[in-house]
Design a protein around this ligand. Structure first.
Ligand code: 5GP
Ligand code: ZN
Length: 114
């Protein structure tokens, strides 16, 4: 997707602070962090949102979650706790239309989910 910000980050057309990369996934620091740890975990394959996923993406989604748990450990928030968030669509608050999970932690987060 030539006009997608996160595809440009994957292709290094836009700089970011990468914290993890493999053949399927990229993780980088959110440019506007809401907590001491705020990392975005994205598939390299462009999908607009969770709504775009198919049954054949099951392993990819599992991999994204496992990477998130490994990053939580590495970034020192596994024991203290964290939130793994996906915003889907306009009502879900999704701004960037490339599927991503937010890994947020390093402070006591608010209890509100809406
Ligand atoms: P959404 O609201 O779509 O779930 O979250 C998009 C996230 O992407 C926001 O937290 C925002 O700060 C982050 N973001 C938007 N543009 C950039 C960028 O160019 N670089 C980085 N590192 N993060 C970005
Ligand atoms: Zn994209």
């Amino acid at each position: 997707m030539s006009d997608c910000i996160f595809c440009k980050i994957i292709n290094r057309e836009i700089p970011s602070e990468v914290v993890y990369e493999d053949e399927r996934v990229l993780a980088f620091k959110d440019i506007n962090p809401v907590a001491p740890v705020h990392v975005l975990i994205i598939p390299k394959k462009h999908s607009e949102s969770l709504n775009d996923l198919n049954p054949e993406d099951e392993a990819l989604v599992g991999h994204l979650v496992i990477v998130a748990t490994q990053l939580a450990e590495e970034l020192g928030i596994a024991d203290s706790g964290y939130r793994l968030v996906n915003n889907c669509g306009d009502d879900g608050g999704q701004v960037v239309k490339h599927l991503h999970f937010h890994l947020i932690g390093g402070k006591r987060l608010g209890i509100h989910i809406c």
